[in-house]
Write a protein that binds this ligand. Structure first.
Ligand code: NAI
Ligand code: MG
Length: 332
């Protein structure tokens, strides 16, 4: 029996997460769910963006789904740190999976089916940022052998699950020879040491960005560092048809947190326009990779695919959340 920690968060997180949970409950009738809090609203009420009870619930269950959180943009609020960054760092959710594929009718291009696996806990997002002197600010980029090894081992799991024909390491080792060099060499050692049959190639991050625009079909599994992966996966997500269709999985040792890529979307909160497909597809990633249940994962993705093919669109105006919810639950 599986237990799922449900963290709706702020804004449309509260509208899309319940739909994904309903889909999971349909597929796994004995699923147990536990509600937990995180986010800006939670911070304003409790003084903490992620209460200890939320961390503990995730440690106990090993799996969760997170909607989105709002953040106080452009201002520094004393004591506030981004909820999702805290969750990733404290729970050591050190890999992030971002698949991008073409969906019927709604995608801007056919034939795209790629996966970006990015390091999720260090790099330029380590939180080591400070003022060096008046007018000079420094951010440190942390790359550790341990995190690269863990990432490469994840890459092998993903490559086997999706029968990848190629793994592309994306870096910028020509200008960052120490940090990117460590990333590239460590990943290669692990991948080659395991005797992986697929091709292992490399790309500098700027060229990879261009090729993701020009010829996304050329990629299969991309493995990269935190900031590069963040940017590349948003570029690539364009091909799936936009943020409402982009899922992700934060994946650590024994704990995984499904998370639609989009934010809390204050511009449409409460209007009924939020598309729950990204959250639903994130639940499918949790099923396939963390719970190792490829059959229900496939059922969920096929339901999404059939729904989009039949309807021919993903935007139903103010009815979007409910139309997609009914259509996908009916297709399961
Ligand atoms: P956003 O992803 O919330 O919205 C960008 C645009 O896409 C908006 O026009 C929105 O209406 C639309 N959109 C997003 N998800 C959609 C969906 N499921 N269905 C239909 N349309 C959708 O990004 P934005 O506006 O930059 O940020 C809003 C808030 O969310 C900010 O406070 C930001 O800090 C936070 N945020 C949180 C993230 C997280 O929790 N992981 C990620 C990104 C932003
Ligand atoms: Mg991003």
């Amino acid at each position: 029996m599986h237990t799922l920690v449900v963290i709706p968060g702020d804004g449309i997180g509260r509208e899309v997460v319940p739909v994904a949970v309903e889909a999971l409950e349909t597929l796994l009738p004995d699923l147990k769910t536990v509600e937990a809090e995180a986010g800006w609203d939670c911070f304003q009420r409790t003084g903490s963006a992620v209460p200890e009870a939320t961390f503990q619930a995730l440690r106990d269950s090993g799996a969760g789904i997170f909607g989105a959180v709002s953040s106080p943009t452009g201002q520094r609020v004393p004591g506030y740190r981004s909820a999702i960054l805290q969750l990733r760092q404290v729970l050591q959710l050190n890999a992030n999976l971002r698949p991008v594929r073409s969906w019927p009718c709604v995608s801007h291009r056919t034939g795209v089916d790629l996966m970006i696996l990015r390091e999720n806990s260090e790099g330029l997002y380590s939180g080591r940022e400070h003022w060096e002197s008046e007018g000079v600010a420094i951010a440190e980029r942390v790359i550790s052998r341990g995190a690269c090894e863990a990432l490469a081992r994840r890459a092998l799991e993903v490559a086997k699950a999706r029968k990848a024909r190629r793994i592309t390491l994306v870096h910028k080792a020509n200008v960052l020879p120490v940090t990117c060099g460590l990333f590239r060499d460590t990943c290669r050692e692990v991948l080659e040491g395991e005797g992986w049959a697929a091709e292992i190639d490399e790309r500098l991050v700027d060229l990879a960005a261009l090729q993701l625009v020009e010829q996304p079909e050329a990629f299969d599994l991309i493995v990269t560092t935190n900031l590069f992966g963040d940017i590349l996966s948003d570029i690539a997500c364009h091909w799936s048809g936009g943020l409402g269709l982009a899922p992700s999985l934060n994946w650590g040792n024994g704990i995984a947190l499904a998370e639609p890529v989009h934010g809390s979307a204050p511009d449409i909160t409460g209007s009924g326009r939020a598309n729950p497909i990204a959250a639903i597809l994130s639940a499918a990633l949790l099923l396939r990779y963390h719970w190792q249940k490829p059959a229900p994962a496939k059922r969920l993705e096929t339901a999404v695919e059939n729904f989009l093919r039949e309807e021919g669109k993903a935007d139903f105006g103010f009815e979007t959340t409910q139309v997609v919810r009914r259509g996908i639950l009916a297709a399961l």
